[in-house]
Design a protein around this ligand. Structure first.
Ligand code: SAM
Length: 346
């Protein structure tokens, strides 16, 4: 077997230089297969054949930020903006609960219309109505005090991808008013407050090198998040990265296997971006070590408006209403979709 892969399987706790060598094995089919098989063994040891579902509610596409890669940044004047009311969000949850979802993910741009008070009210309402469900937030950077209030109101988990652990690369992806130090501080605040925390990054974002990816692995190892979201970068026509190449599906799958081995109990979604770039991307993700899917529960009329990148999937198996065909797809991959909160094993 490929020696670097073998060494990593024996002891995943490696130095950055060794991760660089490991990532370079992405074009060695033997290494890819060995790591995929080990990743599947590890995920089965902790999660058996279960695949958890999260109902994704994209509740606002207003954003105060201008991340260079993202289609809903505030500079994009072509976006028709929307915000969901508390009642609309509750209606998404009602629909989701009926379909069997026991985790709701409230995701949005950084929209300060949702003040701490408004946000806490929404969280409290969902918590009261669905005491048996997990509430995951993904609303970007806020203060320690805001995160504390949201936790008190009933939120359980928080997704905040670090995007890249390399300072220089972070500056290539974001305008000067955004800062990797702040991003990392938010993640450590969230951990301190007792959230189940999700970090993550795009694969193949402009300027990303093998070095950057190795730093991402080192950072994940240090942070020990409960969840990791990774998906290929996909260009959006209204951004400065419109002409850049999309990330590679194969490299994303390879990294999913590595992350599963590095953090054995991690909750790892086969992301929408992966399913958008390859028609069978999601099944391949599950076969590479992923154990979570996040179908879209947003109101149908708003789905097209939450366009982070071109051709983002929001119908078919990506849509919560099509959970039946998603279930068949998951079963065809040898797994089983379950209706549980799906907390991280600790
Ligand atoms: N505003 C919140 C935040 O910043 O964490 C949550 C919403 S944000 C749009 C969700 C994620 O979408 C980002 O963390 C980023 O990794 C991903 N994303 C944005 N643009 C993308 C693109 N062009 N290709 C792939 N993923 C993208």
């Amino acid at each position: 077997m490929n020696q670097t892969a073998e060494k990593f399987i024996r002891n995943p706790d490696m130095a950055k230089e060794e991760y660089i060598e490991l990532i370079k094995c992405a074009d060695d089919p033997e290494a890819v297969q060995a790591l995929r098989e080990e990743a599947v063994r590890v995920r089965k040891r902790y999660y058996g054949d279960k695949v958890y579902t999260r109902g994704l509610i994209e509740f606002t596409n207003y954003c105060r930020n201008n991340c260079y890669y993202c289609g809903i940044g505030r500079r994009n004047l072509h976006v028709r903006r929307y915000r969901l009311t508390k009642e609309e969000i509750l209606e998404c949850c009602r629909k989701g609960y009926e379909l069997g979802f026991r985790t709701f993910v409230l995701q949005g741009g950084e929209d300060l219309w949702y003040t701490d008070k408004r946000m806490a009210e929404i969280i409290r309402a969902v918590r009261e109505r669905y005491p048996d469900c997990a509430i995951t937030l993904s609303l970007g950077e806020r203060s320690y005090e805001s995160y504390r209030l949201f936790k008190e109101a009933g939120a359980d988990r928080y997704l905040l991808r670090h995007e890249t652990a390399n300072e220089e690369h972070y500056r290539k992806l974001h305008p000067p008013d955004m800062n990797l130090v702040v991003r990392k501080l938010c993640l450590s605040d969230l951990k301190l407050l007792g959230y189940q925390v999700g970090a993550g990054f795009m694969v193949g974002s402009p300027g990303q090198t093998v070095d950057c990816l190795a730093e991402d692995l080192v950072y994940l190892k240090e942070l020990q998040p409960h969840m990791v979201g990774i998906g290929p970068f996909i260009p959006h026509h209204d951004t400065i990265f419109a002409e850049e190449k999309a990330g590679s599906v194969e490299l994303t799958l390879f990294l999913l296997s590595i992350i599963r081995i590095l953090l054995p109990k991690v909750l790892l979604p086969a992301t929408t971006a992966l399913g958008t770039l390859a028609p069978d991307g999601r099944e391949k993700g599950l076969r590479a070590g992923a154990n979570v899917v996040m179908p879209n529960l947003s109101p149908l009329e708003n789905r097209k408006q939450y366009e982070l990148y071109d051709h983002k999937n929001c119908t078919g198996e990506e849509a919560a209403e099509c959970i039946g065909s998603l279930r068949r797809q998951v079963e065809a991959s040898g797994y089983r979709l379950v209706s549980e909160r799906g907390d991280a094993e600790v």
